[in-house]
Design a protein around this ligand. Structure first.
Ligand SMILES: *Cc1c(COP(=O)(O)O)cnc(C)c1O
Length: 363
């Protein structure tokens, strides 16, 4: 049996024809830039997240960068975040010229909220938690700390669209929530896409300007920025996928539940099925991780390591001071992501489990 980590082709005929029709409509009306589908997408996303405003952007990285810029994060400002995320999180901070401050993680791979207060200084302006793997951080506690120290919260919710805690959606705890809808994400486009959500009209207006090179009405540029708009074609296709999101998340939770049930006595598994997790990644903490990865590959199963390095340990960030993050340093050598795309069959997930059992049983 061959199980790829991910397969981005659209095999469902009905879905494919809906997507093609959506593209066709955009080609027909010709409003290719910020067309009606963009507005509808923003309205639906804001509604879904229970926020006042959503701004469609060209990527999740752009959403993070613009979110920071909209709060005037720049040189001399510190941003408290986690060391374990896709490098986009740190790049966004660095591109603003701000200083990242890393707080260690817990075994659930999210920021250890109990350590945040120690990292706050008079230069801190923003806490930037990442809902890593699609699981929400402890947001009630983070927002409490932010309030106490008068800080802003930007959620890197790139992996967690659709997760919720007590009815509060990912991206709606902080001042700004940032999502990626790149082709790998649970709610995916077929190209690059992202969105930022907020309740603040001031932030909303700034984001609208930032995505259009810092201009107002294309007339006057207030501050240098990029072209960061979402494509109408991607918005149109995202509207189609949004309809099927809850079904997709349900399937992912079922796969996760099966993995956890079958593997929990052999490896460390993420916490069990709850609404606070959409399983963008299904990550196990595996002893002899590299050997397991190789063994699974030899049996036709592709796995991935998200990520091989903590963000500050990348070459670009050698200039940063050293941070105390022993848990992250330890777990980075054990994490392994199993295939968990919603299209996997029970037969396939059983095979993955069987091979992992074979590996540990035989060693
Ligand atoms: C995917 C991702 C991003 C960046 O999103 P892009 O749309 O690829 O730019 C940022 N942060 C995290 C945690 C991500 O997983």
């Amino acid at each position: 049996m061959k199980i790829p980590y991910r397969d981005l082709s659209v095999s469902d005929c009905n879905l494919r024809s809906e997507l093609l029709q959506a593209v066709d409509r955009v080609l027909s009306h010709g409003k290719i830039v910020l067309g009606p589908e963009t507005e509808e997408f923003e309205r639906k996303i804001a509604q879904f997240c229970k926020r006042k405003y959503a701004v469609g952007l060209c990527s999740g990285t752009t959403a993070l960068y613009f979110a920071l810029r909209s709060l005037d994060v720049g040189p001399g400002v510190q941003v408290v975040t986690t060391p374990l995320s896709w490098i986009a999180t740190l790049n966004a901070v660095a591109l603003c010229g701000a200083q990242p401050v890393f707080v260690d993680i817990k075994e659930d791979l999210n920021i250890n909220v109990d350590l945040i207060e120690d990292a706050i200084t008079e230069k801190t302006k923003v806490i930037l938690p990442v809902h890593f793997t699609g699981k929400l951080c402890n947001m009630p506690q983070i927002t409490e700390i932010a309030k106490k120290y008068n800080l802003h919260v930007i959620e890197d919710a790139a992996q967690s669209f659709g997760a919720c805690d007590n009815g509060i959606m990912a991206g709606s705890f902080g001042d700004i929530g940032c999502f990626s809808m790149n082709p790998m994400k649970v709610l995916n486009a077929y190209g690059e896409a992202g969105v930022a959500v907020t309740d603040s009209e001031i932030i909303y207006r700034k984001l609208i300007s930032l995505r259009y090179l810092g201009t107002i009405n294309k007339e006057n540029c207030l501050y240098p920025s990029y072209n960061g708009k979402i494509d109408t074609i991607q918005a149109a296709m995202l509207l189609v996928n949004l309809k099927y999101l809850s079904k997709k998340i349900k399937s992912r939770r079922e796969i996760a539940g099966f993995y956890t049930q079958s593997l929990k006595d052999i490896v460390v598994c993420p916490q069990d099925n709850k609404t606070n997790h959409v399983y963008y990644l299904y990550t196990i903490l595996a002893p002899s991780r590299d050997e397991l990865k190789q063994y699974l590959f030899s049996r036709g199963i592709e796995t991935q390591i998200h990520h091989p390095k903590l963000m500050p340990n990348n070459t670009a960030y050698q200039y940063l001071p050293k941070f105390n993050m022993p848990v992250a340093e330890d777990l980075i050598g054990k994490i392994l992501c199993l295939p968990n795309q919603e299209t996997l069959t029970l037969k396939e997930t059983r095979y993955v489990v069987e091979c992992i059992k074979d590996f540990y049983g035989g060693s």
